[in-house]
Design a protein around this ligand. Structure first.
Ligand code: HEM
Ligand SMILES: *[C@@H]1O[C@H](CO)[C@@H](O)[C@H](O)[C@H]1NC(C)=O
Ligand SMILES: *[C@@H]1O[C@H](CO)[C@@H](O)[C@H](O)[C@H]1NC(C)=O
Ligand SMILES: *[C@@H]1O[C@H](CO)[C@@H](O)[C@H](O)[C@H]1NC(C)=O
Ligand SMILES: *[C@@H]1O[C@H](CO)[C@@H](O)[C@H](O)[C@H]1NC(C)=O
Length: 332
């Protein structure tokens, strides 16, 4: 165990009193065995410890909330919310080139280390991923949400499962609806959860399909649904010869704030990915985009419900899976 909490943290954890989580506000058959009091007896400080870890990591590095939120999405859409995305090794989800630069693993690992000291073998990595993403949203200014726990960690992680289950920026609304509905997610969930792009960053390659190199090797806009002023800014940040490590803010206006600015951006044709823009261009989703652009409270309410559904996808409970000792490897 290379990292140990300092004396102050230890005292803090012991002294702090915990109120048992409030009663459930949603229900879903897939999460029948998740509970709002799952760790109440076995590890009452579990949520507090995760929150503390996310808070301190995010205060040092403001890019952490975006990473944690995306990590959850990629965990839940591939094999369900079972921490399969955290497993390292040959041929795991992480090794797929389409892992698209996931991050935040070290934050999950730190939270797990603390939890293993206070409640060994008790809190699943799958729950940590969910709680960390929930906390990340709140710390970035988003809504506070109660989420039930009791997920177990999966034993399977295969790169070949990534592509068929993760949305690509080139997807049409139809293709996105199809993938989302295969996970029990609605059109409304698609529009709502895409609002996650109100924080975080993207590599230039993630939206390079909207540009083309001209004869002089300069980028020009080919996707006319994109705001040309915004397109010029993007070309400035991501010229044809830019390094592959260059990052652009998903939301150019309030980059680190979890708010409804994403939808306002869509209204001014400033959706960064093609998969963002199409939500405004498609008749079936436009109304919802406009509503959220005008009503942050409405967006936050919808977020709470869609986020709950996301965190319930394919969860393993009861005797399924295991509680990993280390999040990056199965126990055996
Ligand atoms: C619906 C289709 C979606 C597509 C096509 C998509 C695609 C992408 C892409 C290409 C990136 C940039 C990755 C990079 O280049 O580093 C990204 C970033 C991000 N996505 Fe999505 N995404 C989708 C939905 C979601 C959902 C549902 C969530 C969460 C609920 C989410 C959360 C994020 C976050 C937070 C980032 C920023 C990550 C960071 O800052 O490191 N996305 N997404
Ligand atoms: C991963 O697989 C490759 C080829 O299949 C092999 O050469 C390599 O030793 C493996 N690495 C590990 C860590 O198992
Ligand atoms: C993710 O994919 C990239 C690009 O193929 C690769 O360089 C990187 O090593 C992968 N990440 C992990 C953790 O395997
Ligand atoms: C393009 O974006 C700018 C802000 O960068 C905004 O003022 C303008 O209204 C947008 N144009 C269109 C056509 O939406
Ligand atoms: C809930 O747990 C019980 C006992 O562990 C099991 O029999 C039941 O199938 C589970 N229900 C769901 C929906 O997973």
């Amino acid at each position: 165990m290379e990292t140990r909490p300092d004396v102050f943290s230890v005292l803090l954890f012991i002294v702090v009193l915990h109120s048992v989580a409030a009663s459930p506000s949603y229900s879903s058959s897939s999460s029948a065995n998740l509970s709002f009091t799952f760790y109440a007896a076995s590890c009452p400080s579990a949520e507090f410890m995760v929150r503390n870890t996310v808070r301190s990591a995010s205060s040092v590095d403001p890019t952490i909330p975006g990473k944690l939120l995306r990590l959850l999405f990629h965990d839940c859409f591939v094999e369900g919310c079972d921490a399969s995305v955290l497993l390292q090794g040959n041929g795991t989800e992480q090794s797929d080139p389409a892992n698209r630069s996931l991050g935040g693993f070290s934050v999950i690992d730190s939270a797990k280390r603390v939890l293993e000291i206070f409640c060994p073998g008790t809190v699943s990595c799958a729950d940590i991923v969910v709680l960390a993403a929930r906390d990340a949203v709140e710390m970035a200014g988003g809504p506070a949400i109660q989420i039930p726990t009791g997920r177990r960690d999966g034993m399977v992680s295969a790169a070949s499962n990534v592509r068929p289950n993760i949305v690509d920026t080139s997807f049409s609304v139809d293709e996105m609806i199809k993938l989302f509905s295969s996970k029990g997610m609605s059109l409304n969930d698609l529009v709502t959860l895409s609002g996650a792009h109100t924080i975080g960053t993207a590599h230039c390659s993630a939206f390079s399909d909207r540009f083309q190199k001209d004869s002089k090797g300069k980028l020009t806009l080919i996707d006319t649904s994109l705001n040309s002023t915004y397109a010029d800014e993007l070309i400035k940040q991501c010229p044809a010869d830019s390094s592959p490590s260059v990052l652009v803010n998903n939301d150019p206006d309030t980059s680190f704030m979890f708010d409804n600015q994403y939808y306002r951006n869509l209204l001014s044709h400033r959706g960064l990915f093609q998969s963002d823009s199409v939500l405004f261009n498609d008749e079936r989703t436009r109304k919802q985009v406009e509503d959220f652009a005008n009503d942050q409270v409405g967006f936050f309410e919808s977020w709470g419900q869609s986020f709950f559904k996301l965190t319930s996808i394919g969860v393993k409970t009861g005797d399924e899976g295991e509680i990993r000792r280390s999040c990056s490897a199965t126990n055996t």
